[in-house]
Design a protein around this ligand. Structure first.
Ligand code: 1PR
Length: 589
């Protein structure tokens, strides 16, 4: 009891009261020593430099990127809206900013550690307390609160009363929340003027809750199991839990309104229909070099991507960047690139693939996932690259999530054998550094029919359609290297193991259904989406709009992914969305 009381007192002490924010002088006084230390440490610019800055200041936004992850998308969105970026190098840059964006990434404790050690925490508080224009994004919102339970309690900046806690997954809601959700706007916030009934993109496991103590700050809430704070606003200070830079046109309008506060942009009439978390429709681009060495989007039949002609060429369905842009415009909620020969080619040697990501992220403002070849690697010169380095390069190039296939199978096998989490697998390392919401595990299972569920040591299901010899059961054998090698582990065992090891989402393919257009493997998707509490993406086999409504109605999949029908222009993404909407399934339209 005493310890709990002490913890509460510390958190309260760390809160700057609302009244003190409006009259900042006493508050600044309490931190005077530390504050002046910062001012003494910083070098003042020459008057010439200051005057240059003053003339261009309206079109330059200051960005606080403390190097913990990918803020490339935020940069791209700012540039797309016609603004230049000045990066914060010292606390003085914060104090001198005309307009500051803080896209927090990574874990709460690590971020606070950096902010405290660099003196940025004090500078941020001083800047915000003076009511200068500020926009915090995601963790950039959470850090404004008193404290967080993430690996904590850990003290935050203490500007807003409240503790950031983890979503409760016990009531059936999947954690992390990944996807497009609806806002309930509770007060005029200006930057949300065009959001109305449109969905915006969230990806997070922790959230702050509205209370009497922080109600003057809260400008919108969102429901995910319970009502959490989606945005705050006080004067010129704004922060959002969702990602405007990943929320398509609606998200760009949020940034635009923050960047151009004085121009009277008329409110767009709201056409959205958002009520709750939407089911996502994902376009997938399987990418590899063809025999001429060009990077192309290809598509297999049960993972065979070669034409059945004399030339036996790799099927070429288009250019990756062009197709990604097209699918973004057509309403894809997310885009996945799978570098399907990544298992044999070293991804960091694959500069065209990194270039695809860089170019795509310049004007595609929905989440991008990239997979293929994420593992430790030693090149011909003996130089060792860790999987973390490979993933970091993908993130730096514009990926929001990475997807691990083969290497996750080996990690799960080891974990199930020993029962020990070594912390060394690519999955564990990347998830520790970038958060589990940034790590997808892509499973490539093949159906194996059996007559009795006890015939194998792996979880089997009673199949809807009998096997070739009348078999009533099947288990789903995991494969590696693009389906080339079967492993002694089932999809069910793998999914549970990778959830334990830190995966934030599962991309569930099925080799038997891939490219067949006959619908998703419901038995498999039901098995896996019922077994884990992280989101599951149903993949392989979509051939008609009804297949999407079927998978959402009959399983707990959070998203459905398709490739062939989109590439061959048989079914546009918009038709899928319209069908789902008519069927009463929440989608982003
Ligand atoms: O093992 O970490 O290097 O990752 C390799 C990645 O490449 C894995 O995600 C694996 O699924 C993927 N991959 C490897 N070989 C192939 C292949 O097709 N020969 N593609 C491949 C997997 C499956 C889906 C496909 C859906 C939907 N592609 O992503 O897009 O089945 O297709 P459909 O709608 O046309 O049916 P690592």
């Amino acid at each position: 009891m005493a310890a709990a009381a002490a913890a509460t007192t510390t958190q309260m002490d760390n809160t700057r009261s609302l009244s003190s924010i409006s009259s900042t002088s006493s508050l600044l006084f309490t931190r005077t020593n530390e504050f002046y230390k910062i001012q003494n440490r910083v070098k003042f610019k020459s008057p010439r430099a200051l005057s240059i800055r003053a003339t261009s200041s309206d079109s330059v936004v200051t960005l606080l990127d403390y190097g913990a992850g990918n803020v490339r998308s935020v940069r791209n969105a700012i540039r797309h809206l016609g603004f230049g970026i000045k990066d914060v190098q010292t606390p003085e840059d914060i104090l001198n900013a005309n307009r500051l964006i803080f896209p927090g990434v990574g874990a709460f404790a690590a971020a606070m550690d950096v902010l405290n050690k660099t003196g940025m925490a004090e500078a941020l508080c001083a800047y915000i307390e003076k009511d200068h224009p500020f926009l915090g994004i995601c963790l950039g919102l959470q850090l404004l609160f008193q404290s967080s339970e993430e690996n904590g309690p850990v003290n935050g900046l203490g500007l807003i009363p409240g503790v950031v806690g983890r979503f409760d997954s016990s009531n059936g809601f999947r954690v992390p929340q990944i996807g497009w959700n609806a806002l309930q706007i509770t007060k005029d916030s200006e930057i949300l003027d065009d959001v109305g009934d449109h969905h915006v993109y969230f990806v997070h496991s922790y959230r702050a809750m509205p209370s009497n103590d922080n109600k003057e700050w809260v400008s919108s809430t969102c429901n995910y199991g319970d009502n959490f704070i989606a945005s705050v606003r006080r004067g010129n200070v704004h922060a959002v839990q969702f990602h405007p830079e990943k929320s398509g046109d609606v998200g760009l309008s949020v940034l635009r309104r923050f960047l151009h506060p004085k121009t009277n942009i008329p409110k767009k009439p709201t056409e959205g229909k958002a009520l709750k978390l939407a089911k996502r429709v994902i376009a997938c681009l399987d990418v590899r070099a063809n025999d001429k060495g060009d990077l192309v989007v290809t598509k297999g039949d049960q993972y065979d991507v070669r034409e059945h002609t004399k030339e036996n060429e790799v099927r070429n369905l288009g250019k990756p960047v062009e197709l990604a842009r097209q699918y973004y415009k057509e309403g894809a909620d997310e885009i996945s690139f799978l570098n399907i020969t990544g298992f044999r080619d070293f991804p960091l040697g694959d500069l065209p693939m990194l270039q695809v990501l860089r170019l795509t992220s310049e004007n595609v403002f929905v989440p991008l996932t990239v997979g293929g070849g994420i593992r430790d690697f030693t090149d011909a010169n003996g130089r060792h690259y860790s999987s973390l380095e490979v993933a970091s390069e993908y993130f730096r190039s514009g990926a929001d999530k990475i997807s691990i296939g083969s290497d996750a199978v080996y990690a799960a096998e080891d974990y199930l054998k020993t029962g020990v989490k070594t912390g060394k697998s690519s999955l564990e390392q990347i998830s520790r550094v970038y958060g589990n919401q940034a790590v997808v595990v892509s499973i490539d299972p093949r159906r194996v029919y059996i007559t009795h569920p006890n015939d194998v040591e792996f979880k089997a299901v009673r199949v809807t359609d009998l096997g070739p010899n009348g078999e009533e059961y099947a288990w789903y054998q995991c494969t590696v290297n693009g389906g080339r090698e079967g492993r002694p582990i089932g999809a069910y065992e793998l999914a549970k193991a990778v959830e334990d090891l830190g995966a934030g989402e599962i991309l569930l393919n099925c080799i038997d259904c891939d490219g067949q257009g006959k619908g998703f493997d419901m038995d498999l998707i039901k098995l896996i989406s019922d077994a884990v509490s992280i989101p599951v993406i149903a993949s392989s086999g979509a051939g008609a709009v009804e297949h999407f409504s079927d998978v959402f109605r009959k399983t707990n999949a959070s998203a459905a992914l398709a490739a062939g029908i989109f590439h061959r222009k048989e079914v546009p993404i918009q038709s899928v969305k319209e069908h789902l909407y008519k069927e009463g399934i929440e989608v982003r339209i």
